[in-house]
Ligand binder design. Structure first.
Ligand code: FMN
Length: 145
């Protein structure tokens, strides 16, 4: 069984909704075990084959908890090299956060990144939820390839 972590932060619930459906999409692929978490320690990250982060954009940036997690993982020398990494998030007008997270996952941790994060403006509608499901499926398929 390959293990996928969907780790998200959400202040008003929009990225949280995305996270549940990304996980649902990933679970549709045979052979993967998916965990959705709101909080993870740096050490826990190393237990998964893929780390998918959900991060909304506030003030043109990632949220502080996600930054802190990356910071602590660096200090603790957590090895994430070659694990699959992906990012998604809700946004209002600029939506930088998921791309910023991906850059750190790629350049600092040497993860195998799925390019182009999934961005949904504010609350995901049916079309947006469909995109989330598809995104989750793609991540799981990449892991099983
Ligand atoms: C104080 C504040 C600052 C924000 N800054 C940005 C921003 O810089 N860029 C952007 O695209 N959206 C910005 N937003 C919009 C949020 O990203 C948007 O509401 C999103 O749906 C929140 O996701 P969440 O429900 O997962 O917390 C901001 C919202 C608030 C309340």
């Amino acid at each position: 069984m390959k293990k996928i972590l969907v780790l998200y932060y959400s202040r008003t619930g929009n990225t949280g909704k995305m996270a549940e459906v990304v996980a649902e999409g990933a679970r549709a692929v045979h052979g993967v075990d998916v965990e959705v978490k709101y909080y993870a320690t740096p050490k826990e990250l190393a237990d998964f084959d893929a780390v998918v982060v959900g991060v909304p954009t506030y003030h043109h940036d990632m949220t502080i908890d996600m930054k802190k997690l990356f910071e602590e993982a660096t200090v603790k020398n957590i090895i994430l090299k070659d694990k699959v990494g992906a990012a998604f998030g809700s946004y209002g007008w600029s939506g930088e956060a998921p791309q910023l997270a991906l850059e750190i996952m790629k350049n600092k941790f040497g993860m195998d990144i799925i390019e182009s994060p999934l961005l949904i403006k504010y609350a995901p509608d049916q079309d947006g939820l469909g995109k989330c499901r598809q995104f989750g499926k793609e991540i799981a398929k990449r892991l099983m390839a």
